[in-house]
Design a protein around this ligand. Sequence first.
Ligand SMILES: [Fe+2]
Ligand SMILES: [Fe+2]
Length: 163
Amino acid sequence: MADATEIFDRLKEDHDRHRELIDKLLETSGDSQEREELFTELTKELKSHAAAEEQALYSTMLRKPPTTDETRHSVAEHHEIDEMLNDLAATDMSEGGWLTKFKTFAHDYRHHIDEEEEDHFPDFANYLDKEDEQHMREVFDRRKKEEKAEAEVTPEKKEDAKE
Ligand SMILES: [Fe+2]
Ligand SMILES: [Fe+2]
């Protein structure tokens, strides 16, 4: 049976996978095949996670007025994460600047998921009933799969990105 703990544990499972991929990427160098493959997997994983998280969790939380600020904050960060991933994809991996940029991204992304786990999720759990929990878990599993199948690396320099 789905419960609040279950949906949040499922999201944390994804976060741990993201931490692992980021740690591996930090060990790579130059425009190696390994860096290329890990970055593609990280991009697809992060974009599909954020989309499914919005469709499952944050859309539900938007219906709970006390959590509106936290929800807006997180969704805005998802947009920034997308822009940073696109900017990294548009940056030459063979240059040292790529890793410098990736380190900034890694720091920001870790902050995002730490904040979700430590601040948002425990607060959200206070406003959820069984029906919400069941719904979120079903939507997340279904959408994550579909979003991941469609997710793409889309290079775009930050300065060219339209709001
Ligand atoms: Fe998120
Ligand atoms: Fe998340």
